[in-house]
Structures are given as C-alpha cells and as structure tokens.
Design a protein around this ligand. Structure first.
Ligand code: GRF
Length: 205
C-alpha cells in the first residue's frame, strides 16, 4: 500500500463536504488520502469546529479589511504550505484567492461548485439553475485558476430538477451529490481505483 496523500481543506462554512471527505477516508480499506489540516478565514465556522472535534490541525487566517489583500493572501498561502499538502481542496471557502495562493498550488488545488460548470458560476448557483429552468443541474469539481469557477473540470455529478423544487430542496440534493463526488475525485487523484456508478446522481470523473 502506498503512502496516503496529504489533503488540506479550505472552508468557511458548515463543513459538510469536509465531513464527507473525512468519513470516506476513514471508511476506506486502504487509506488513499488523509486530511492533515483545515484552513479557514472564519474562526467560528462549522468546518473548524468539526476539525477540532476530530483532532485535525486547524489554522485560521482571518480577513482584515484594513490590511492589503495581498498580505492576507500571502498569509493564507504560507498557512497551507506548512501542512505540506499533495492536494488542496476548496470546500465552501467563501473568499476569492489571490495570485500568491493560486499560483503556489496550481495543479494541486480543486474546488467544488454546486452547478454543472460552465453554467451558473459564482454565488447562488442553485438559484440561477432554478431561474433558468434547467431540468438537470449538479455539481462540479474543477481545478482552481485565477478566475472564479473557470478552471478545467475534474469531475461532475448530475442531479435532476424536480417540478416542485425550491432552492433549499434542490440545494440539499446537490449537497448529497457533492458528498459522493468530492471523495471519489480525491480517490482518483490519489491513485486509487475508482468505480463510478452510472446511476442517480450520475457521476463522471
Ligand atoms: C457547497 O455547496 C459547495 O459547492 C460550495 O460551498 C458549499 C459548501 O458546503 N462551494 P459545506 O460547507 O461543505 O457544507
């Protein structure tokens, strides 16, 4: 068995994707990857609380409106680098990264977004999908580049839209799909054999 890949997760919110990644890593018969650190801009978020409950190291790099953005970005980049990650995962990190961080981890950093990109970039992707009247939406894992939700696609999972869906119900099913897609992508990046089930939600890596 090879050495587990070192994964650092960046999160600002409740951290359900972080939990899914950790649960999948723990359940795996052979350990493909391990979450070695969580970096956040929000000291009180669910992701940080969960990491602490699991004895996963956390670093908080708060955003300070009074300081130059580049200073924050450099601090963020250094905080991530200290964990010596093989892969960096943005899972609900709610700030746009600066060049230092994007360039330092280019080709090693992925983001999960709640739409089938390139449709519905940016915030409120679920609402945008409902307003557009699409019948199928989903989630995308993509490489992080200097744009917002513009990097190359690594994997996607499709979620059908129901006639009675609102933002909350559709958002919940997309979240469930994210919780399957992200661990599968990390398994794949870590070199594990991945068996993708073609079912609902359909997942393509
Ligand atoms: C997810 O919907 C993800 O697509 C988006 O932020 C949300 C994070 O959710 N980028 P959680 O904090 O992992 O529950």
């Amino acid at each position: 068995m090879g050495v587990a890949s070192r994964v650092v997760v960046l999160a600002s919110g409740r951290g359900s994707n972080l939990k899914a990644i950790c649960a999948s890593a723990q359940a795996a018969t052979s350990k493909n990857y391990e979450v070695v650190g969580v970096v956040s801009d929000k000291p009180d978020c669910g992701a940080v609380a969960f990491a602490q409950s699991q004895d996963i190291a956390t670093t908080v790099v708060p955003f300070d409106k009074q300081s130059p953005r580049e200073t924050w970005d450099r601090g963020l980049s250094e905080a991530i680098a200290k964990f010596r990650p093989d892969w960096v995962v943005l899972a609900g990190f709610m700030r746009v990264l600066g060049r230092d961080t994007v360039d330092a981890f280019a080709g090693r950093m992925i983001n999960i977004h709640p739409s089938l990109l390139p449709s519905f970039r940016g915030l409120h992707a679920v609402r945008q999908a409902l307003e557009a009247g699409v019948r199928i939406t989903g989630c995308t894992v993509h490489w992080v580049d200097r744009g917002v939700d513009t990097g190359g696609i690594v994997g996607q999972a499709a979620v059908p839209v129901r006639g009675d869906d609102d933002e909350s119900s559709l958002g919940q099913r997309i979240h469930q799909a994210e919780h399957r897609l992200l661990p599968a992508v990390l398994d794949k990046l870590s070199g594990a054999p991945v068996h993708v089930a073609v079912e609902t939600p359909m997942m393509i890596l």
